[in-house]
Write a protein that binds this ligand. Structure first.
Ligand code: NAD
Ligand code: IPM
Ligand code: MN
Length: 361
């Protein structure tokens, strides 16, 4: 039996609802694959602010550091939206990523055949879409200094953030992206704003230089505005995309919609060593929280990414993904992916459907 310590961070909003489903799925998978999961729950985000005054208590970070992987749901909500930025729920998530050194965020966007009708785009546009966004996660404008709200000489307030990348930061995310593209279709598109931003000029230069070491990968470059347009116009042109923190945040939400719903998209955040964090691309969806309406599949697929990328258990990951395909195949849908003639389920019922499929085997 393989033993794994997993830190669970359910967080806020729909977080606890979708986490409960993922944990049930992991428990069954554990039995079937002879994996022993030791789950440890910890506080982050608004839930942590309410309990301790801080969005990322040091005990949470310690617990995460001592585990083999971290499964996170989502943080944030209206209740905490007017707090200063350094004690908002979002600061907890950023602190977790920085604290664990998770510079590489993998965000796959794959259209499942069962969900083509759930996409807002035409079938011929989305059929076959399979994109991996490699988002830099611990640098760029999210972390650059100076940052803050300052007062000018005239007494006016001035909000400042700074987009910064060093050569070494670009290189290490570039390597992850080239390696990722190499294992996929061998196409990498680097997205920047090099026509305007110096930080992007450096980004483009370093990525271009690095490409000499990966002659088998076909590299292209796009400006981020064009990339956003191309993603919606003709998404099948993309295989792997590498980009900075902010552009990656925005483009991955856009890519999510190609697949039918953001409620379907998982992610993996990885560092050079130590535990990774596995979390859906979506947020805490406060508009539907507590109503048993959330789609738990992004969370369940994040657990699959945890098995694949964090724990090196690809067979167990495959099994979870197959179960997800199967419930979709039998017509089970949450509201966000609902279409005519399908069965509308709540979050919990979708979880039950998954468990049933997993038990059948
Ligand atoms: P969101 O992703 O939470 O929600 C956007 C829309 O998508 C909403 O209409 C929501 O109902 C829907 N949606 C999202 N996930 C869904 C799911 N699993 N099933 C069905 N529908 C789903 O983005 P937002 O509304 O801009 O942000 C809400 C809060 O979440 C904010 O506080 C934000 O900072 C936070 N957030 C957190 C994370 C994270 O924890 N990683 C990511 C994004 C946003
Ligand atoms: C995400 C979220 C976060 C981000 C926020 C909540 C800090 O939007 O994980 O995509 O911007 O990275
Ligand atoms: Mn986001």
């Amino acid at each position: 039996t393989q033993n794994y310590r997993i830190t669970l961070l359910p967080g806020d909003g729909i977080g606890p609802e979708i986490m409960a489903v993922a944990v049930d799925v992991l428990k069954i998978i554990g039995q079937q694959f002879d994996l022993q999961f030791e789950f440890q729950e910890a506080l982050i985000g608004g839930a942590a602010i309410d309990a301790t005054g801080e969005p990322l208590p040091s005990t949470t970070l310690d617990t995460c550091r001592q585990s083999d992987a971290v499964l996170l749901a989502a943080i944030g909500g209206y209740k905490w939206d007017s707090l200063p930025s350094n004690i908002r729920p979002e600061a907890g998530l950023l602190g977790l990523r920085a604290g664990l050194g998770l510079f590489a965020n993998l965000r796959p966007a794959q259209i499942l055949p069962q969900l083509i009708d759930a996409s807002t785009l035409k079938r011929e546009v989305v059929e076959g879409v399979d994109i991996m966004v490699v988002r830099e996660l611990t640098g760029g404008i999210y972390f650059g200094k100076p940052k803050g709200i300052f007062t000018t000489d005239t007494g006016e307030k001035r909000g400042v953030n700074t987009m910064v990348y060093t050569e070494s930061e670009i290189e290490r995310i570039g390597r992850v992206a080239f390696e990722t593209a190499r294992k996929r279709k061998g196409k990498l598109c680097s997205v920047d704003k090099a026509n305007v931003l110096e930080v992007s000029q450096l980004w483009r230069d370093r990525i271009t230089k690095l490409s000499q070491e990966y002659p088998d990968v076909e590299l292209s470059h796009l400006y981020v505005d064009n990339a956003a347009m191309q993603l919606v116009r003709a998404p099948k042109q993309f295989d792997t995309i590498v980009t900075g923190n902010l552009f990656g945040d925005i483009l991955s939400d856009a890519a999510a919609m190609l697949t039918g719903s953001i409620g379907m998209l998982p992610s993996a955040s990885l560092g050079a060593s130590g535990p990774g964090v596995f979390e859906p691309v979506h947020g805490s969806a406060p508009d539907i929280a507590g109503q048993d309406k959330a789609n738990p599949l992004a969370q369940v697929l994040s657990a699959a990414m945890m098995l694949r990328y964090g724990l090196d258990q690809p067979k167990a990951a495959d099994r979870i993904e197959q179960a997800v395909f199967q419930v979709l195949e039998q017509g089970d849908r949450t509201g966000d992916i609902m279409s005519l003639g399908k069965n509308l389920l709540g979050c919990r019922a979708m979880g039950d459907a998954l468990i049933k499929v997993l038990e059948e085997k």
